[in-house]
Write a protein that binds this ligand. Sequence first.
Ligand SMILES: Cc1ncc(COP(=O)(O)O)c(C=O)c1O
Length: 374
Amino acid sequence: MMDPMDFSTGTTNPETFPIEELAEAAACAVREHGVELNTYPGNLGHEGLRKLMAKRELDREGVAMNPERMMLTNGSMQAVTLVAEALCQGRDDVVVMEEYSYAGTIDAYNSLGIDMVGVPVDDQGMKVEALASILTRLDKEDRPPRFIYTLPTYQNPTGAVMPLERRIELLKLAREHDCIVVEDNCYGDVHFEASPKPPALYTLDDGPNQIYMCSLSKIFAPGVRLGYLTASSDELFDQILARRHDAGSNTLAAAITARYLEDNLWEHCERANVGLKEKRDAMLDALEAEMGNLCSWSHPPGGLFIWVQVPDGVDLLRLEALAAEREVSFAHGWEFHIHGAEGPFIRLAFGWASVADIHEGIARLAHCIKQAPA
Ligand SMILES: Cc1ncc(COP(=O)(O)O)c(C=O)c1O
């Protein structure tokens, strides 16, 4: 169980978790799917949940996704790993990605021996002018990337959203270099503002080189371990499917989740987002009140994280120790750098703690930052 002032992990809000409704859905799902549970799920996984997730994508993006070309995965983390296993052929294969990215992907790609080439990021995500020169350089070096891995919406850890023009430019560059694009849209529906977000990359390119993955962890529950992956061509999809040797993902979890979400997917997201927005705002307010003159931070319109720049000279290990004494935790910025480069950054997750604990925890953290210069 996480501590009350744990700001280190990207979890959903326990206060909006629908325990009773889920218990009812579980009872129904077991009755409805009883016999199916006696069989293996197959590589694509539970059809009902795939159809529901295809509808989720259609409703959000206005573009149909074929549930027959969609596989359920053990969290989107399995999708992240499978793609690399399928598309990389040996150690030192190159993958181009944001230089700050999801720590789980960095760990997985490190252990696969992938040579991660980082593209600088700003508050609009991956900088595409830098991407252009990196792709040209890699071509000249005869090291074309196996794919570009990107988090264009509510980037983890920075919270950045890539604007439409950059998305179009990124896709144009990928086409020019004949490069596959892997879009990780883990936070796609964790959206707090009224203004619409830019369309997903997969809706903006009808070529055969798009891979798209999403998750149920960030809007529903990481414990169900459900994500999904699709690709824009059968060839690419089958190449990834062929790497799968786990007999498919958990039918029971998928059946219960589908049963719960099929009547109220968007109501559930709406409820969850209202609670998360309240927590994001509480954290922004607490940061302003406690660290206004000390640090700077992002103002993410969605996702689960605030990216904080601490004053130069703060010893982050000492800060971690001081904060742990006061029962506060955060994630170090270097965990999200593809080469573990140190920088004056920490990432704060606001989904788990209560509003009261967010205020208290940020006050304690501010106190620790003042104590932590090297
Ligand atoms: C960008 C990104 N991708 C993938 C994942 C993996 O999530 P899961 O396997 O729970 O779907 C995470 C988890 O934090 C993430 O931030």
